[in-house]
Design a protein around this ligand. Structure first.
Ligand code: UN1
Length: 492
C-alpha cells in the first residue's frame, strides 16, 4: 500500500515522488510505502490550512469540541485495529499499543471538554465603568512534528488542543511510523472534520519539517524528538520568530532508598526501563540506589529480568518487543560497548539478540550495568533502548544530586516509605515529572507533560498547559464611562 498525503480533505501524492518502505521492526516485513513529499506539498497544505483556519476560528469552541468527541468515539470503536497497526509499525507490545491508543482517546475527550472551558479571566479595572478580561485567541496554522516512539499519543497531545482552540494544523509524522497518521487522517475524514483543519504531509524532517518551520504562514511549531534535532528546530524557528514548543530527551532515574519496598521498586524499574524496549522519553535508564540495599536490589532485578519474554509484540505473552530499526540497534550496542570501556560491570544482557526469530527483526537483550559512575557517558547520555545503569549513593541528598547531574530533566522517581524523604525529593528533583513509589513512566494526559533543562524550552504538551502553546492571550478593556480614562493617571 502506498500512503497518500491528506491535504484539504483530499488524498493525494504526486506520482514522481520517492517512496520508502515502512518496516515492521518485529520481523522486517514491509507494511506500506510512505512518500517523501517535497516542499510543494507543504506549500499546498499551508495554503488550505490558512484558508480553513479563518472559518474554523469562527466556529464556536463547543462545536469544534463536538468533532473531538466524535474523533474520540471513533478511536474507541477502532481501538483494537489501531493498536494492531501501532504494534506492527512501531514494535511496542500490543498491551502498550492499546494503552497508547487509549491515551489518544483520553486526550480527545479531555480536550473536547475544553471546548466549554478555554477559560480566560475577568478582573476589575482600576478605572470606574471599565471592564477588563483576557481570552485565549487562536494563533493560526500550526506545524506538528512527531516522533516514532509514540506515533499517535504524542500527536493527540498536540493536535487536539490546537484544533479545539481554533487553529488548523499540518502534521508531519515520523517516517518510521506513518501508518498511525494515515489511520488518524481517515478518522478525521470519517467524522467530517471540515476540510483543511487537519492535514497530514509525509516526508523527511530536512525537507518537510524545514519547510514547515520556514513557512511564514505557520505560526507555531510543536516538536517532539531528539535534543540535537530540537535545537536545530529552535534555531531555525527563532530566526523566523516562530513560537516553538520542544519536547526532547531524557535520562530519567529511579531512586531506591534503603527503606524502599524493594519488590515494588523492582516492578517499577522493570516496567519503566524495559517497557517499550526502553524507547520512551520517560524511560528509566539510571537506578540510583542506596548502598545498603544495592546488593539485594541487583539480585532481585536479575531474577526478575529472567522472566522477561522478548519477541513480536503482537504475541500477547511477550513483554518486550523490538527496537525501531537497525540504526537504533547499533546505537544501543555502541553505548553498551562504551559502558564496558568505561569500567561499568555488566550484570545482564549487553548484546543484539540473534537466531530465530530475532534475526528477522531488531532485538536487543535487556541490559543491566552496575557500579556505574554518575558521570560516565552511559549515565549521562540518552541511549533510548533497554539499558539501565545502577549508580550507588550514600544518602538522599547525594541521590538527588546525581539525579540532577544530567543535562535533561524529564522524569524522576523515588521509592521510599518515608514521607519526609518523599516530600523533600519531589521538591528537589529537577524534572518536569516526579513519581513517588512508581517508575518514571505513565504520565496521564490531564497533567502537563514536559521537562526542565535540555528536555524542553519551557512549554508543555497535554494538560491545560498545552493550550498555552496554541493560543495567544488577548487582554480586552471595555470602557463604558463615555470619557477618556487614562490608566495609571486618572486613578486618584
Ligand atoms: C514518551 O516517552 O515519549 O508517560 C511519551 C509515559 C507515556 C508517554 C510517554 N504516557 O510513559
Amino acid at each position: 500500500m502506498k500512503l497518500q498525503n491528506f491535504i484539504g480533505g483530499q488524498w493525494g501524492t504526486s506520482e514522481d515522488l520517492k517512496f520508502v518502505p515502512v518496516i515492521n521492526p518485529a520481523n522486517g516485513e514491509e507494511l506500506a510505502q510512505v512518500p517523501m513529499s517535497s516542499t510543494g506539498a507543504v506549500e499546498q497544505a499551508v495554503a488550505v490550512a490558512k484558508k480553513a483556519q479563518k472559518n474554523w476560528a469562527l466556529v464556536p469552541a463547543p462545536k469544534r469540541a463536538d468533532y473531538l468527541y466524535a474523533i474520540g468515539l471513533r478511536m474507541k470503536e477502532k481501538k483494537e485495529h489501531l493498536a494492531q497497526v501501532l504494534t506492527k509499525e512501531m514494535g511496542k507490545v500490543i498491551e502498550e499499543g492499546r494503552g497508547e491508543v487509549q491515551e489518544g482517546i483520553d486526550m480527545a475527550f479531555y480536550m473536547a471538554g475544553e471546548g466549554r472551558r478555554l477559560f480566560g479571566e475577568t478582573t476589575p479595572s482600576e478605572l470606574a465603568n471599565k471592564f477588563a478580561m483576557s481570552v485565549r485567541a487562536p494563533i493560526g496554522v500550526v506545524g506538528l512534528i512527531t516522533p516514532w516512539n509514540f506515533p499517535v499519543a504524542i500527536a493527540t497531545w498536540k493536535s487536539f488542543p490546537a484544533i479545539v482552540a481554533g487553529n488548523t494544523f499540518i502534521w508531519k509524522p515520523a517516517t518510521e511510523t506513518p501508518m498511525m497518521a494515515y489511520e488518524m487522517a481517515k478518522i478525521f475524514e470519517e467524522v467530517g472534520l471540515p476540510d483543511g483543519v487537519a492535514n497530514v504531509v509525509f516526508g523527511s524532517g530536512s525537507e518537510v519539517g524545514t519547510a514547515l518551520i520556514e513557512h511564514p504562514d505557520v505560526k507555531v511549531i510543536s516538536f517532539t524528538g531528539s535534543t540535537a534535532t530540537g535545537s536545530k528546530v529552535a534555531e531555525l524557528g527563532g530566526r523566523h520568530l516562530k513560537k516553538v514548543s520542544l519536547e526532547m530527551g531524557g535520562k530519567n532515574a529511579v531512586i531506591v532508598m534503603d527503606d524502599a519496598d524493594l519488590e515494588l521498586a523492582v516492578e517499577g524499574i522493570l516496567w519503566s526501563a524495559f517497557g517499550t524496549a526502553g524507547q520512551r522519553c520517560t524511560a528509566c535508564s539510571r537506578v540510583i540506589v542506596h548502598k545498603d540495599v544495592k546488593a539485594e536490589l541487583e539480585e532481585r532485578l536479575l531474577t526478575a529480568m529472567q522472566l522477561l519474554t522478548i519477541g513480536d509484540g503482537l504475541d500477547e505473552s511477550v513483554k518486550i518487543g523490538p527496537v525501531i530499526n537497525k540504526t537504533a540497534l547499533h546505537k544501543i550496542n555502541s553505548y553498551v560497548e562504551l559502558g564496558r570501556q568505561e569500567g561499568a560491570k555488566l550484570l545482564a544482557g549487553g548484546n543484539i539478540l540473534t537466531g530465530t526469530p530475532f534475526d528477522q527483526g531488531f532485538y536487543y537483550a535487556p541490559t543491566l550495568f552496575t557500579d556505574v559512575k554518575w558521570d560516565a557517558r552511559i549515565a549521562q547520555e540518552e541511549i533510548f533502548g533497554p539499558v539501565v545503569s545502577l549508580i550507588e549513593v550514600e544518602s538522599l541528598e547525594e541521590a538527588i544530586e546525581v539525579n540532577n547531574s544530567v543535562q535533561f530533566g524529564l522524569s524522576s522517581s523515588i521509592f521510599t516509605q518515608d514521607i519526609n524523604r518523599a516530600f523533600q525529593a519531589q521538591r528537589d528533583l529537577d524534572t518536569g515529572i516526579v513519581y513517588v513509589n512508581a517508575g518514571t513512566t505513565g504520565a496521564e494526559i490531564h497533567l502537563p507533560f514536559g521537562g526542565t533543562k535540555g528536555t524542553g524550552n519551557g512549554h508543555r504538551d497535554s494538560g491545560v498547559a498545552a493550550l498555552d502553546v496554541y493560543t495567544e492571550w488577548k487582554s480586552i478593556y471595555i470602557d463604558y464611562s463615555g470619557k477618556l480614562q487614562r490608566a495609571q493617571i486618572d486613578t486618584e
